[in-house]
Design a protein around this ligand. Structure first.
Ligand code: PMP
Length: 513
């Protein structure tokens, strides 16, 4: 099936198709291997494109890695049962074990983590959020039991004439009961840095900073407080302003007193160690330490979203390894299925794990043999030769960073910043909404400037990349670990040309090139 066989009126998100056409990126790719995608030109010849978008970060091992293709083919050839729910699932179990072996190496002495599988990145965030909320609700119940038992003891003491005045006790009790009822009715509060992207499902989109994605659905799920990224003291200040206590009554020295108990209002702190869609922005070491310290103080679990940064892309299996940041929950998706299967995993630290969750949450496709077997092979490939893949990511990343830094020095009027680590790099272009060339200015003003750059790189240089979803002046570079010098050279030529075109405001070439 090719585009020629496609229906005349495409009923699949037709407006998005119009957008792609307008930008000249409405290409049908017919073959893929490693970092290359091919499309056919009008004469039917295959034209190679170097793919720096890398399936939005899912292609850590490249397109159609031969070992992964062989695993998929073998499973099907063997007639392996793909869906046999409520039975043993040895491949998923082995993935869980392999992830724990890696965790032990990256965070020596870590507790075991239990794994809950799902099918997409946002879904694994929803699993983390749902589990954290179950844990919070159970902690609230336990707290209210303590509060009620304590208050009951005080009531008995007052009734026995050992303390206080019964009428005063009743007045205090009414106050405390109303206060606790108000707390019990509150929605949980999530904390996440400004710029975060954690998905577009109902709960996860509330953790996604971009207002356009989030605000239409604000009434559907619990809100988040957005913490300025890497700003010392900001988190502590927000927490102090929101922190609340449940109250009990207790007798001490013959008088009835109101006792405050920290109320678990904060459900989770959710963060990306390197923000992806927010423009490739790393969390600082100091910010990580502050998150750990503040969250420990209020007993708020930390969810580290490694959906984009994980699976070795940054030079270590977890980006959190670089900061020594220990999470209560870790989400993995994208690269876990090797670019062939759709799978995701939420790792939950044993000390936080609630066994009740297993009966409350499920998904038809989660833990299926096809994606689990592929995930297992992905982990084997990444870990092979003492983690050679991580070293490749680190080395290629250094080369790309050196190239981008050189461009920034050469074209300071065009390139404003270079950020990232390993093969998760962002190249930020200067805002062009006051550009002298009208076409460039209008593209920038309507928020599509980054996509115009994508169109130029594809048409003129056969380089594929896109802006990050929420920071559209930043182009993302997330190729596979098997990146060749020739692919880097092709990128260098393309970006140098793009920067020169922008520097001389050559809109004709930018739009037609
Ligand atoms: N979290 C992060 C950090 C992501 O980068 C993404 C996707 N870009 C998601 C969550 C959502 O993943 P998915 O698109 O698979 O739902």
């Amino acid at each position: 099936m090719t585009a020629a066989d496609a229906p005349e009126l495409d009923l699949v998100e037709p407006h998005m198709l119009g957008f792609l056409t307008q930008l000249g990126i409405d290409v049908e790719y017919v073959r893929a291997e490693g970092n290359t995608l091919w499309y056919r030109d009008r004469d039917g010849r295959e034209i190679p494109v170097v793919d720096y978008a890398g399936g939005y970060g899912a292609l850590v091992l490249g397109h159609n890695h031969p070992e992964l293709v062989a695993t998929a083919q073998q499973l099907l050839a063997d007639g392996t049962p793909i869906l046999a729910q409520a039975s043993l699932h040895p491949y998923a179990s082995r993935v869980g074990a392999a992830l724990n072996t890696i965790l032990q190496r990256e965070f020596p002495g870590a507790e075991p983590y239990f794994t809950v599988f799902a099918n997409s990145g946002a879904e694994s965030v929803e699993v983390a959020v749902k589990h954290a909320e179950l844990d919070r609700v159970l902690r609230v119940q336990a707290l209210f039991q303590t509060v009620e038992a304590e208050t009951e003891r005080a009531r008995a003491a007052v009734a026995a004439g050992q303390a206080g005045d019964p009428a005063e006790f009743d007045r205090l009790l009414a106050e405390v009961t109303a206060h606790n009822a108000e707390l019990a009715g509150r929605a949980p509060l999530f904390l996440t840095p400004e710029g975060s992207f954690h998905g577009k499902l109902v709960a996860s989109v509330q953790l996604t900073y971009n207002a356009a994605f989030r605000t239409p659905f604000a009434a559907m799920a619990a809100p988040a407080r957005f913490v300025p990224l890497n700003e010392p003291g900001a988190l502590a200040k927000i927490v102090e302003a929101e922190r609340v206590s449940a109250r009990s009554l207790a007798v001490a020295d013959g008088t009835v007193r109101v006792v405050e108990h920290e109320f678990p209002l904060f459900c989770a702190f959710v963060l990306e160690v390197i923000q992806g869609e927010g423009g490739i922005r790393p969390v600082s070491e100091e910010f990580a330490r502050e998150i750990e310290q503040v969250c420990a103080e209020i007993d708020c679990p930390i969810v580290v979203d490694e959906i984009q940064s994980g699976l070795g892309r940054t030079g270590a299996f977890f980006a959190a390894s670089h900061l020594g940041l220990r999470a209560d929950y870790i989400t993995l998706a994208k690269g876990l299925g090797g670019g062939i299967a759709k799978t995701s995993a939420t790792l939950i630290r044993a000390g936080r794990y609630r066994k009740e969750f297993e009966l409350l949450h499920s998904s038809t496709f989660a833990k299926d043999t096809f994606s689990s077997a592929l995930a297992l092979r992905v982990l084997e490939l990444l870990e092979a030769d003492g983690g050679a893949a991580y070293r490749l990511a680190e080395r290629s990343g250094e080369r790309l960073l050196a190239l981008f830094e050189a461009l920034r020095r050469e074209f300071p009027e065009v390139v404003t910043d270079v950020r990232g680590r390993g093969l998760m790099i962002g190249l930020e272009f200067r805002d062009q909404s006051a550009a002298t060339a009208a076409g460039i200015r209008e593209a920038a003003q309507s928020g599509v400037f980054g996509y115009v750059l994508s169109g130029f790189l594809l048409r003129a240089h056969r380089i594929r990349t896109f802006p990050t979803a929420s920071a559209v002046n930043t182009l993302r570079f997330e190729p596979s670990v098997h990146l060749s010098q020739a692919e880097i050279d092709q990128l260098e030529t393309a970006l140098r040309d793009l920067c020169a075109v922008l520097a001389r405001q050559d809109e004709h070439r930018l739009f037609q090139g």
